[in-house]
Design a protein around this ligand. Structure first.
Ligand code: SAM
Length: 237
């Protein structure tokens, strides 16, 4: 069916996540991830968010803009199933979708106006830094929260791993305290999700991984006892 409505970004989302690897697979899992949504012209008027401050959470509809060029697939292999089983694209939250649209409920910390820019301060997002926001709506608990709902393959929050820090990593975090006071909590919440591809999880894994958070590269590896953060370096992203 032909469809003529033009979709444009109403805002841009700024987050600690500078690359896709390491971003939690759903919102709400990493509460220490703080960022903001900045309205874009011609929507950047404080009146367009008047009343939104009364809500603790908002829906963000956004473009999976980094994946659009790769198109979409009829079936996908959800990480939840270890990457071994295929499900239909519309039965999953795959980022490779016909219209490339994502949706996330995030915590709304506050609304502010700064040098003529309108910002929604948010937390617990699962969005890449720079993600175009297509729409913003208040989260309405009486209707949006369905406590009796069945969650299919994603009924429970994902299993987490313990995260330990080397002496070097602790020293690096200490050095970054001024600019990133919550860095250790953020790293812990991100890495305990075990961002590795599903097929890596069942095997011994000697690789050192890197996750980009803010302007830092976090280096880590996996042992039988969980995740070990080796060091935090200035980022290259
Ligand atoms: N909560 C949303 C949903 O259900 O539509 C997103 C779920 S999707 C599985 C979450 C993943 O999308 C993240 O782990 C990250 O890898 C990816 N992602 C986030 N922002 C993106 C963007 N702008 N472009 C492409 N992929 C993105």
């Amino acid at each position: 069916m032909a469809f003529t409505n033009q979709v444009q970004a109403v805002a841009i989302c700024r987050t600690p996540y500078k690359q896709k690897f390491g971003i939690p697979r759903q919102p709400g899992l990493v509460k220490s991830a703080h960022g903001y949504v900045e309205l874009q012209a011609p929507f950047n008027h404080i009146d367009s968010v008047r009343g939104l401050e009364q809500y603790s959470h908002i829906w963000l509809l956004f473009s999976f803009h980094e994946n659009l060029a790769q198109g979409w697939k009829t079936t996908v292999r959800p990480p939840r199933l270890g990457g071994n089983e295929k499900l239909g694209v519309f039965a999953t939250r795959s980022t490779f979708r016909p219209n490339g649209i994502g949706q996330s409920v995030v915590e709304l910390i506050g609304v502010e106006q700064l040098n003529g820019k309108v910002r929604l301060n948010i937390a617990a997002m699962d969005l890449l830094d720079g993600t175009p926001i297509l729409d913003i709506k208040p989260y309405i608990p009486f209707s949006d929260a369905i406590t009796s709902a069945q969650g299919g393959i994603a009924h429970e929050a994902p299993h987490t791993l313990p995260v330990n820090f080397s002496e070097q990593a602790i020293a690096d975090i200490h050095s970054a305290k001024q600019s990133h006071p919550n860095l250790q909590a953020l790293i812990t919440e991100v890495l305990c999700q075990d961002p590795r591809p599903a097929y890596k999880r069942a095997k011994q894994d000697l690789k050192q991984y890197q996750v980009a958070l803010y302007d830092k590269d976090v280096l880590w590896h996996v042992t039988d006892d969980g995740i070990v953060v080796d060091a935090i370096r200035p980022g290259v992203v």
